[in-house]
Design a protein. Structure first.
Length: 116
């Protein structure tokens, strides 16, 4: 069973159902897209971290922020449609050109209600 996460008034899961809830309406695919690049100073910092090896925290932070932004855009898209949950949540990333990456978060917007 996939974990269910609550974000403000919306629920999201990689699964296709929520324990204790039923899906009463399916509203369609929702998505959030962000395109990111690292600044020149950030690129220098990444090269310094890469030189010494280990976890490259500057890139970890950039990735986390990009995923969070894409997720929030997706949740907002679902809310615009009247959804209070998203099922089948997935992420995808594509390098559009060197140093510029698109992060996509998508899923199916649904309306859920607690089981009686």
């Amino acid at each position: 069973m996939s974990p269910v996460h609550q974000y403000e008034t919306s629920y999201a899961t990689t699964g296709l159902e929520f324990a204790g809830y039923r899906i009463v309406k399916t509203l369609g695919v929702v998505r959030g897209i962000t395109v990111r690049s690292r600044s020149v100073l950030g690129q220098v910092g990444v090269k310094i971290q890469a030189f010494f090896g280990g976890n490259i925290t500057l890139l970890v932070n950039l990735c986390e922020e990009a995923r969070a932004d894409a997720f929030q855009i997706m949740v907002s898209h679902g809310a615009e449609l009247g959804a209070n949950a998203v099922i089948g949540l997935r992420y995808d990333a594509t390098e559009l050109m060197p140093g510029i990456t698109e992060v996509l978060c998508y899923g199916t917007a649904v309306v859920i209600e607690p089981l009686p």
